[in-house]
Design a protein. Structure first.
Length: 372
């Protein structure tokens, strides 16, 4: 069998571009439509087979190491192209057989993913963000045509615009003609002799652009919002993919979320717990007035309706639930201690004694939050 490098007229360390140029030159000279002679047809088969082997990195490596010279492996006992046989019978249904159309240069762009960080307050009513996205956009120079100004793609002179070439291989069934993507035009049916200098013939370039996003109320960490058609533009000005925005909500120092409700803990002085009082706390969307009844206990929950989070799909806001934690003073001056002692004598409260088992304060608050 002839050496593939000698058939193409290139050195053994030739680059892929050099191999491709050599193949194109020989294929133009030997193509049956140009040179119908039987000798030229046989030579065309050799040139095509040599290019198939050397243009694929894996098959070229195997060939250089003395292994099989087929694109998919060895000769399979003299029946190289066994994979091509499989393609002959089954590939036609997928566009690889006779009459297959060339590939379109226009492709759908890839989807893109960006992340946005919100505060818990943004979740109550929703928020607006202008997001900077680094993505692919249509090349302004060629407007997606991939060509220099005043030029256009030309029909491939190897496959005559079909995007596929046929070759004959030996098989268990005899000589079989197979069809595969043209190596000269990569299956497009056309070549671009004068690619756009700005995008190098891709029809798109990398750029930063701003995407306006209205984030609905009720989102939570990990949720992904989909913006159809806002992703990367496709090759040759193909349609855009989608943009996905993943939300992360920063923790708040005073409030936490439980579904559509907001939870908070309020420390109440012992005297206020005994006598009751009025107070105002700062909510996520304005001040909230609270009435603390006399005799309130640690673990009691005060509910303020409609001051929670607007649900993702709905309009009725959740509630704000405030758990009470009564704070016992740890340092008393003599006068304060005397007052407490007098109070204890007059109240005649029973001394410490065993009672029904009580969970820890935070577990108790959690259970009460969920039960209210």
């Amino acid at each position: 069998m002839a050496d593939h490098y000698e058939v193409l007229g290139v050195s053994r360390d030739a680059s892929l571009d050099e191999i491709k140029k050599a193949y194109r030159k020989l294929a133009r000279q030997l193509h049956p439509d140009v040179n119908p002679g039987e000798e030229a047809a046989e030579q065309f088969k050799l040139v095509t087979h040599a290019y198939d082997v050397l243009s694929d990195e894996n098959s070229r490596r195997r060939y250089d190491m003395g292994g099989g010279d087929g694109p998919g492996g060895g000769d399979f006992g003299g029946f190289g192209g066994f994979g091509d046989i499989f393609e002959t019978f089954f590939g036609a249904a997928q566009g690889g057989g006779r009459g297959a159309r060339p590939r379109s240069r226009r492709e759908r762009g890839q989807d893109a993913l960006v992340r946005v960080t919100l505060d818990l307050g943004d979740v109550v009513f929703g928020a607006h963000r202008d997001i900077e996205v680094d993505t692919a956009v249509v090349c302004d120079t060629c407007n997606g045509s991939c060509c220099q100004a005043g030029t256009s793609p030309v029909t491939c002179d190897i496959c005559r615009g079909s995007g596929h070439v046929q070759r004959q291989v030996r098989s268990l069934l005899g000589n079989v003609v197979t069809s595969q993507p043209c190596g000269s035009c990569e299956g497009y049916g056309t070549t671009i002799p004068n690619p756009c200098p700005t995008c190098a013939g891709q029809g798109r370039v990398r750029s930063r652009r701003t995407v306006s996003l209205d984030i609905p109320a009720g989102v939570e960490s990990g949720l992904r919002l989909q913006l159809p058609g806002s992703g990367e533009v496709g090759r040759a000005g193909g349609p855009n993919g989608d943009l996905y925005v993943e939300v992360t909500v920063n923790p708040h120092p005073a409030f936490s979320r439980d579904g559509d409700d907001l939870l908070a803990t309020l420390e109440v002085a012992m005297t206020d717990a005994i006598l009751g009082t009025q107070t105002t706390i700062e909510g996520l969307d304005g001040d909230v007035d609270l009435e603390i009844r006399a005799g309130v206990q640690s673990g009691d929950v005060l509910t303020i309706e409609g001051r929670g989070i607007t649900p993702l799909r709905g309009t009725q806001r959740g509630d704000l639930r405030v758990g009470v934690q009564v704070v016992t003073p740890t340092k008393l001056d003599p006068a304060q201690r005397k007052l407490i002692e007098d109070f204890a004598k007059k109240s005649k409260a029973p001394g410490p004694q065993l009672a029904q088992f009580q969970q820890g304060l935070f577990s108790k608050l959690r259970d009460r939050f969920r039960s209210h």
